[in-house]
Design a protein around this ligand. Structure first.
Ligand code: GDP
Ligand code: IMO
Ligand code: MG
Length: 429
């Protein structure tokens, strides 16, 4: 009956969806605990790619309970579309549970996200513009509207009135744009409420029952450690805590209920959106270009080109400490197949001196230089490899070095998007 948290160790898009889908074979429940539809998790099963934004990746199996915990912010239109689309693809949707404490993303949140980004100009965050930040702003300001409010037409109508009036003040007086129409939003959301009602419940209580009955639970992280509002490259972060500690708070379990933490690590680094990136490759025809094109590094949610760079083992080591990672899951190792030389950043230098920790100040971080080690590439196709021993020696040398820099065991190596393209070194469930 173990419980395992799967988190991103870099800036997102590490392949959390693929790893959760793989591990979910042996899990009874899968829980999303943070973020919202800013996440885009692609899971490939039998050559079909499923693009999930809010639904946990366990949804693709029959009979697993899929939770959207209290820490998630939910755009009803997005989640309902996801449910309809996935149902049309023949997936069982009867086991979805949505927290009555989760906050609801409303049209004014997305509108504010756009306006705030535009106002920042060249200092913009590069958000997914879905209103995730403004929804968490309302949550922290204690003016948010929760699923339990949406389920009660009278409460929702009252709370929405107050919020629309306040947001319209901002829209018209500060941003000089048209106000939103209360009645339109009200009717749209009351219709969503009826469709969502069968799924909405006290997920904390439901999850406690799952734990009590000795079942195994997977927690699916969204975003990643360096997008965490406390531990990431602030302000170029998301507005929630994707790190493993929030798996407890964001789902209503206690911290001692977590047995293992798997840190998903892409074999190189990518980032979508603005902000510092120590190992970024800005070439137009070198290894950075190779990684982007070979790896099809374009965002699932926004289609934006992802910035690419060498693997930063300092970040992974820091992520290991911040999340209590006990196993790494390395993904997309196959994308490095045709690179004759591969670099890994094993340390940071600032003003000529080696520094041990990632600086909080972005001004300092901008001046940090990576200390690289160079590896011989393996120059062969590893996508058919099914055991660690079968991997080319140079690939194993690269992985062993990551293990020694971070001090963390490798539990999984992924060599392709499909379920079977997964090498398991440690069974966790
Ligand atoms: P997530 O947000 O962390 O779930 O990651 P994304 O789904 O946004 O991006 C990861 C992409 O890599 C997806 O398209 C996956 O299907 C794909 N993927 C995952 N693991 C592997 C792998 O080992 N090799 C390859 N080539 N693709 C992978
Ligand atoms: P998954 O779960 C990669 C980034 C955005 C932006 C910043 C803030 O698929 O790994 P937001 O819309 O959250 O306010 O944007 O965070 N971002 C992600 N980048 N993967 C994600 O999710 C992300 N979710 C948010 O690009 O830089
Ligand atoms: Mg993604």
């Amino acid at each position: 009956m173990p419980s395992v948290v799967v988190i991103g160790s870099q800036w997102g898009d590490e392949g959390k969806g693929k790893i959760v889908d793989y591990l979910a074979q042996k899990a009874d429940a899968v829980v999303r605990y943070s973020g919202g539809s800013n996440a885009g998790h692609t899971v490939v099963v039998d050559n079909v790619a499923y693009k999930l934004r809010l639904l946990p990746s366990g949804i693709l199996y029959h009979g697993k309970t899929c939770f959207l915990g209290n820490g998630v912010v939910i755009n009803p239109g997005v989640v309902l579309k996801e449910i309809h689309d996935i149902k049309a693809q023949g997936v069982d949707i009867s086991r979805i549970l949505i927290s009555d404490r989760a906050h609801v993303v409303l049209p004014y949140h997305a509108r504010l996200d756009e306006l705030q980004e535009a106002a920042l100009g060249s200092a913009k965050i590069g958000t997914t513009k879905g209103g995730i930040g403004p929804c968490y702003m309302d949550k922290a300001a204690r003016t948010g509207i929760r699923m339990c409010d949406l389920m009660d037409a009278e409460t929702f109508a009252q709370k929405l009135r107050i919020q629309i009036d306040a947001k319209n003040e901002l829209f018209t007086k500060i941003y000089g744009v048209e106000p939103l129409t209360y009645e339109e939003v009200l009717q749209e959301y009351l219709a969503y409420a009826e469709e969502l009602r069968p799924y909405v419940t006290d997920t904390g209580a439901a999850l406690a029952e799952v734990f009590q009955s000795g079942k195994s639970v997977l927690f699916e992280g969204a975003q990643a450690t360096f997008l965490d509002i406390d531990h990431g490259t602030y302000p170029y972060v998301t507005s929630s805590n994707p790190t493993a500690g929030n798996a407890a708070t964001g789902s209503g379990i206690g911290p001692r209920d977590i047995d293992h933490v798997v840190g998903v690590v892409k074999a190189y680094t990518t980032r979508v959106g603005e902000g510092p990136f120590v190992t970024e490759l800005q070439d137009i025809d070198g290894p950075g270009h190779h990684l982007r094109e070979t790896g099809h590094e374009y965002g699932t949610v926004t289609g934006r080109a992802r910035r690419c760079g060498w693997l930063d083992a300092v970040m992974v080591k820091t992520a290991a400490s911040l999340n209590s990672i006990d196993y790494l899951a390395i993904t997309r190792l196959d994308i490095l197949d045709n690179l004759p030389k591969i670099k890994m950043c094993v340390g940071y230098k600032y003003k000529g001196e080696e520094i041990k920790h990632i600086p909080a100040s972005l001004k300092v971080l901008a001046e940090v230089e990576p200390i690289y080690e160079e590896f011989e590439g393996w120059m062969s196709d590893i996508t058919g490899t099914r055991s660690y021993a079968e991997l080319p020696l140079n690939a194993r040398k690269y992985l062993e070095r990551l293990k020694s820099v971070t001090g963390v065991e490798i539990g999984i190596v992924s060599v392709g998007a499909a379920r079977q393209q997964t090498i398991v070194l440690k069974e966790l469930l």
